[in-house]
Each structure stands twice: as C-alpha cells, then as structure tokens.
Design a protein. Structure first.
Length: 222
C-alpha cells in the first residue's frame, strides 16, 4: 500500500463525526503517512479548536506511526480578516492553515480566494471554485498550494484548477476534506480523481508525494 498525505480533514470539533483518535484510526487504515486535522474556524472558536487538537497531538502522537498536524480551516470569514486570523492561529500553535475557498457548493464571501492567496500565513486554498487567472498567478508567485478535492460537490470545479495549473504551474495538492469514515482517501481514489479532472499522468505522483513533502518541509523550517 502506498502511503498518502491528507492536509484537510474535520472531526466533531466542527462538522465532522469522529473523535480525533477515531480520525487517526481511519487514516491509518487507509494508508496515510500524514494527516492534518483542520476543523472549521472563525473568530468564535479558533482558540478552542487549536487548543483541543494541539492537546490531542501532544498527548497521543507518540503512540501512532503517522504524522499528525494541528490545523484549522478558516471558513466564511470576511476576506479582509483572513490574514490576521491566520496569523493569530499560527502564533497560537497551528501547524497548518487552510482557507475554505469559493466553492460552487456554498455562498462563500467574494474575494476569499484572493485574500487567502495574498496572506503570509495561509498554506492551502481549499476547493477554490471558479479560480481566476489572476488568482492562479498569485498562487504561483506566493508559493501557495491549491487543492484538488475528492469531496463531492466541492470537486465540481477541480477541472478549472487543473487547467490553470497547466498554464501557471502553481503547486497542487490533493485532499479529502473528510467529515466521516466514508470520505477518507486511498492512493487509488486520489489517482482516479486527478486523472479525471485532467491532470497529466506523469504529474500525479508529484501532486500526491513530492508536493506534500515540499509542504512538510516548509512547516518544519518555520
């Protein structure tokens, strides 16, 4: 089984259904090498999420042969507040910061993508919806990762991210956005999703393995 990475998952700390310990058990079952727990956050709950996941990680990481990252997904926050909230989360212990992009499935505030990609503290723009050429160029110049998602609904616009990647060569990363046991990825599932949205076969290994290692290196060097 090829070990995979997943930098976008949810537990019962937001709208997922699993305890963090259950989340890790399912990740191990599906062949994960790395998992980030990135529950939905805004100004109302960011402290609770980071404190809870960090405490879980500090107490239990030593028992698992899998790397656990403490993160958040900044969700439906006014775009001009994204950078300051991301900075706050980083300073208070978040290893990784994801922003809930302008998915076609939800009424996300306009310009969320833009402000996320301009932030010094955001790592991944998740399910960006109708990503623009301007946003693609900013992602490239600022070294941001754009998500290809395996989650139904959000995945409707994967093809746009894939097409713009071919033009501007920003970094893609594939995540599950899992909320429950049926959502976790496998190597085979990731490969099919990538090929299905138009990614060239020779790039699939880079997206699944090289880009995650690049992101992990950035996290280690902070």
């Amino acid at each position: 089984m090829k070990k995979i990475h997943d930098f976008h998952t949810h537990t019962f700390l937001s709208d997922g259904v699993l305890l963090p310990s259950e989340q890790i058990s399912w990740a191990i079952k599906n062949g994960y090498q790395t998992i980030a727990i990135t529950d939905h956050a805004d100004h109302s709950n960011v402290n609770h999420i980071i404190k809870s996941i960090k405490n879980f990680k500090d107490k239990q990481q030593k028992y698992y042969d899998i790397k656990i990252l403490c993160g958040i997904e900044i969700t439906h926050v006014p775009p001009k507040e994204i950078n300051s909230l991301a900075e706050y989360a980083r300073l208070n212990g978040a290893d990784i910061i994801v922003v809930h992009g302008e998915t076609l499935a939800e009424p996300v505030p306009p310009e969320t993508n833009l402000y996320a990609l301009k932030s010094d503290f955001v790592d991944i723009l998740a399910h960006p919806g109708l990503l623009s050429e301007e946003e693609a160029q900013i992602a490239k110049s600022n070294g941001k990762f754009i998500e290809i998602t395996t989650r139904p609904g959000h995945s409707a616009s994967n093809g746009i991210a894939a097409k713009l990647h071919s033009l501007y060569n920003f970094d893609l990363i594939i995540n599950s956005d899992s909320h429950g046991p049926k959502d976790f990825n496998t190597y085979e599932k990731c490969l099919k999703i990538l090929l299905g949205c138009g990614i060239e076969e020779h790039e699939t290994e880079k997206i699944m393995f090289e880009n995650p290692e690049k992101l992990l290196k950035k996290i280690r060097e902070r």
